[in-house]
Design a protein around this ligand. Structure first.
Ligand code: GLY
Ligand code: MN
Ligand code: MN
Length: 485
């Protein structure tokens, strides 16, 4: 080995001998000649590309998947592609770091090509010496043909990407999803000789196109909700164990996470496992508290499938299986608010109508309990009021899909505009009485409740996709009793 080669090794690497380099290349079975089956989302992805193509005729569109993100030092987070890339390619679970989808304008639309790093022959040092791409390290990668069969689209080696993009760069109107490959974006700006205004519009379009879900997406979300219900039931069965252990919230998080990994890809967002007063911290993900007999457990959790569609569900349940009177009073108020939200959800209603319906119930209950310093009507005044927000500061709904907070770059008027069939939103009112809130009767302090379900807007109303789990307080108790028997 030359000195130069040694200088390139890290302190953890030892040099490969020439004998090893020769030996490692020999004696392997050939790769299968059977093409893999298409990805489950490949057909839907082709339809999604068609929709995008129709919006930008004659323009080159560049959608990078993104790259691995360092967690610390030389360890990366598991890879998750940008949701727009998944929507356009069907590539889900940890596929495909550094790939780039290019939609090239062509007669009648666009020709799509997926540029990626294909497998190399086993005679290449990458096979055993490259921890990022080598088969010995990350498993067998697809060939160009295999990836083409999986995704049902043209593929090319990532080495060909830059030459392809440089070709006619200054004459071809081009838009790029910049955030997933800023260094390519900078090069592109030089090649095309202009800035990024059109790119910003592409980001908005890619979000807005996902507001209405097609049959494949609805089926995936339905399945994500079913898988999530399995996780919730497993948690209830484990409650006696979680109660007996220190940091029972972590046990709850872990049990749900086990089922998320087993049923799908992962959790769609960090699980909130909040017992007692922790439920009043909206994003309680530290989850290091104990569970106590007599307390409520608020669990907000969702399974993300291999396709990367996720559920987003919250149930608040008594750790010992029975609500106290005070807990039930708060729970039933939140449930009534949720029902009002459901009933407001129909085509043509505004996104904000769902919220208004839910908070009207909450404001009335707070007024009945003597908690509001003004009448419910005054509190609901959009300009002068808002006092109820002390106890429910978040919105009631968001769009749901590949991202838990889906379509986040859609323009406000599209995101919050009239609801349309095919939209999927959450309905998740809550009431949060912190233990330190001196304006709340003592018996209610420390109680936090949220109930969250995922609904599909249908032709004439809504369908609850997360209907596998009970919602009424008595039904929650009966469900728990059945699971704990
Ligand atoms: N789990 C996050 C949310 O409900 O929005
Ligand atoms: Mn939510
Ligand atoms: Mn949630």
């Amino acid at each position: 080995m030359a000195n130069g080669e040694k200088a390139t090794l890290t302190n953890r690497q030892s040099p490969f001998s020439d004998a090893f380099k020769q030996f490692i290349c020999e004696g392997w079975a050939p790769y299968s000649s059977e093409p893999p089956a298409p990805l489950p989302g490949a057909v839907a992805a082709a339809a999604h590309r068609k929709k995008l193509s129709a919006i930008y005729p004659g323009e080159r569109l560049i959608i990078p998947a993104g790259s691995l993100k360092p967690r610390s030092n030389d360890c990366d987070y598991p890879f998750r592609p940008h949701s727009a890339f998944t929507w356009l390619t069907g590539l889900g679970t940890d596929r495909e770091p550094d790939a780039v989808l290019v939609m090239e304008p062509a007669a009648g639309g666009h020709t799509s090509t997926l540029y990626f790093h294909p497998r190399v022959p086993r005679t290449d040092e990458e096979f055993y010496g490259n921890p990022r791409y080598g088969e010995m390290w990350v498993g067998q990668r697809e060939s160009l043909d295999e990836m083409a069969a999986l995704g049902q689209l043209r593929t090319a080696n990532i080495d060909e990407l830059e030459p392809a993009l440089q070709k006619m760069a200054s004459q071809t109107p081009t838009r790029m999803l910049r955030e997933t490959d800023p260094s390519l974006a900078n090069k592109l700006d030089a090649w095309r000789g202009r800035g990024d205004r059109e790119d910003a519009e592409l980001v908005v379009t890619l979000s807005e196109l996902r507001l209405i879900k097609d049959d494949f997406e609805v089926a995936q979300l339905r399945q994500a909700c079913q898988a999530t219900a399995v996780g919730f039931e497993a948690v209830v069965r484990e409650l006696p164990n979680a109660l007996a252990k220190p940091r029972g919230e972590r046990w709850v998080e872990g049990v749900f996470g086990l089922h998320a990994r087993h049923q799908g890809n992962a959790v769609g967002y960090d699980t909130i496992a909040a017992s007692g007063d922790h439920a009043n911290t909206l994003h309680w993900i530290r989850n290091d508290g104990d569970l106590h007999d007599g307390d409520l457990l608020l669990m907000d959790a969702g399974v993300e499938l291999d396709s990367l569609f996720t559920a987003d569900v919250t149930r608040t349940m008594p750790v010992n299986g029975r609500f106290t009177d005070a807990q039930r009073k708060v729970y039933d108020a939140v449930r009534a608010a949720q029902q009002a939200g459901f009933e407001a959800a129909k085509p043509g209603a505004l996104f904000s109508d769902v919220h208004q319906a839910a908070i009207a119930v909450i404001a009335e209950r707070l007024a009945d309990w003597g908690v509001l310093p003004v009448s419910a009507e005054q509190a609901l005044d959009p300009v002068e009021g808002g006092q109820y927000r002390r106890w429910m500061v978040h919105g009631t709904s968001h769009h749901l899909g590949l991202d838990v907070h889906d379509c986040a770059q859609a323009l406000r008027e599209e995101y919050r505009g009239p609801l349309k069939p095919g939209m999927v939103i959450t309905v998740e009112p809550g009431i949060y009485f912190k233990s330190t809130d001196l304006l709340v009767p003592e018996e209610l302090r420390g109680i936090g409740v949220r109930i969250e379900d995922d609904i599909l807007i249908t032709a004439d109303g809504y369908e609850i996709l997360s209907d596998q789990l009970p919602r009424e307080s008595a039904d929650v108790e009966a469900w728990m009793a059945g699971l704990l028997a």
